[in-house]
Design a protein around this ligand. Structure first.
Ligand code: GDG
Length: 472
């Protein structure tokens, strides 16, 4: 039977070392939560790094066996590889460049070499596991070279690639010394998917400018093959969120949280720590609301969850300091004995508590300066079985292309953001219901299962299309 082999940098399970030995926990992050629902559905396998350096052969075996039982296969990386391939090239070069923060980008030859070497390591891990009839689905910016490496070894394999972050304008890509190699790497796939049509367009324009390959209607003609390129906006497991939101456990959790806020309104903000997420801008907008609309003093609080992430990279450390300082300053300035304007948590919450937070919040404030898609926005919608609540969403998140019933804002326009907050706080219940009703219908219909099916069907179609092209 043919299987789907999912390949991504991180596995959906992260291994941690504690005083009691190794522990196995679900990973956070959009890719893990999004695909976590589908890979168990069939006889699929997920290949990736387990999130910890494990060099002892005995421990490696223990991790491999434990993950194998849950249909996962680990790729072990050394400390040096993590530094150069992951923190260096992936998060220090590609992440900022693809999110339009090229002033943060590092251009280090050693990072690039490690990136090539680790992509090759993943290639070997895949070749070891994949049978000739298996479909290989490679994910995200850490593995841009992998499709081409696999193609060289298995010319007729079925290979899909999906990018979870934005694909930037060609002008950004050409700032990278390795832009052409990265594009060639991706073109080893049969089908390349992006969250939005604009990312697809940027990619096709980079391919014609930098490689000179002709393309038409989402088909690239490389010197040897035809590659399809398309937009697939990723969905979430709507049912899982909607059903959890209705459970007794979540209802109890909401009651417990409510105690702390009495009748006050709650604005919720949830992100991984990242400069792309617009966390500092959001705090400034909340400050603007309190300055310009003193009528909300004592009546509204911002509940802000920041999940620790990449805290070894310099920009993330200084962002953390900036957030700490802003929260401290705002609370010191506006707090009263009975009201704290910002409740700030620098940690992650268990799934059911996260759902309770979504269910509790009158407003979800999702204001990234750049974001491939943003699943938090969709999860908030899925949890609102009561059809109440307002989503304020950045027009620079991929999700904004679909979620037009949200209040769409420009995240760097603080004035606009302040007024959007005020508008959301004043929004009549019927309008909330109407907007939320439309948003829910959309997120329910285009869930992660529909997304996978669409991608897989199109991948199968790419093989037929190539056959026709080759025999033409
Ligand atoms: C990348 C792209 C794209 C957050 N806090 C907690 C928690 N989370 C989970 C959320 C959500 C995920 O993390 C974050 O997903 P996003 O999509 O918002 O962002 P990235 O991690 O940057 O993901 C992004 C995505 O890939 C998918 O393609 O949308 O644009 O950057 O699922 O629920 N989960 C738990 N506790 C928390 O405190 N359990």
């Amino acid at each position: 039977m043919s299987r789907t082999i999912i390949v991504s940098n991180r596995l959906p399970t992260k291994v941690q070392r504690t005083a009691n030995g190794l522990t196995f926990q679900p990973s956070e992050g959009g890719l893990a939560t999004g695909l976590g629902s589908i890979y168990r559905a069939a006889d699929n396998v997920w290949i990736g790094w387990p999130g910890l350096v494990v060099s002892d052969p005995g421990e490696q075996q223990q991790v491999t066996q434990r993950l194998q039982a849950d249909s996962m296969a680990p790729v072990f990386l050394t400390e040096r590889e993590i530094q150069d391939y992951y923190e260096g090239f992936s998060n220090g070069t590609l992440w900022p460049t693809f999110h339009y923060f090229s002033e943060y980008a590092l251009y280090e030859e050693v990072h690039w070499e490690a990136y090539v070497a680790v992509n090759r390591k993943f290639c070997e891990a895949v070749l070891e596991l994949a049978g000739p009839d298996d479909t290989i689905w490679v994910h995200d910016y850490q593995l841009l070279l992998l499709p081409e490496m696999l193609r060289r070894e298995r010319p007729s394999a079925t290979i899909g690639f999906f990018l979870h972050i934005p694909f930037p304008s060609y002008e950004l890509l050409r700032e990278l010394p390795w832009g052409a190699e990265l594009l060639e790497g991706m073109l080893g796939a049969d089908l390349i998917g992006f969250h939005t049509f604009s990312y697809q367009r940027h990619f096709l324009s980079a391919v014609s400018h930098m490689l000179g390959y002709p393309n038409q209607s989402g088909q690239v003609e490389t010197p040897s093959r035809l590659v399809l390129v398309d937009a697939f906006p990723m969905g979430i497991d709507f049912k899982q969120y909607a059903e959890t939101a209705n459970t007794e456990a979540v209802a109890r959790q909401i009651l417990a949280y409510r105690e702390g806020f009495r009748e006050g309104r709650i604005v919720l903000s949830i992100d991984r720590l990242d400069y792309t997420k617009g966390i500092a801008q959001r705090l400034r907008a909340f400050e603007g609301l309190l300055q310009r609309h003193p009528e909300w003093h004592g009546k509204v609080s911002l509940l802000m969850v920041v999940v620790p992430s990449r805290d070894q990279v310099a920009q993330y450390q200084s962002l953390k300091e900036e957030i700490d300082e802003l929260v401290g300053r705002l609370n010191a300035q506006f707090s009263t004995m009975s009201w704290t304007p910002i409740h700030y948590f620098y940690r992650s919450f268990p799934f059911e508590e996260l759902v309770a937070l979504y269910r509790l919040a009158d407003i979800a404030l999702v204001t990234p300066v750049r974001d491939g898609m943003n699943l938090v926005a969709k999860e908030y919608i899925a949890c609102r079985n009561d059809e109440r609540g307002v989503l304020i969403l950045s027009e620079r998140a991929g999700a904004a292309h679909e979620l037009s019933d949200a209040l769409l804002i420009n995240p760097t326009d603080t004035n606009h953001l302040v007024e959007a907050l005020n508008e959301a706080l004043l929004m009549p219940e019927e309008e909330q219901g109407r907007r939320m009703g439309h948003l829910r219908a959309l997120v329910e219909q285009y869930d992660v299962f529909a997304w996978t099916k669409l991608f897989m069907d199109r991948l199968a179609y790419s093989k037929i299309k190539q056959h026709i092209y080759a025999t033409d």
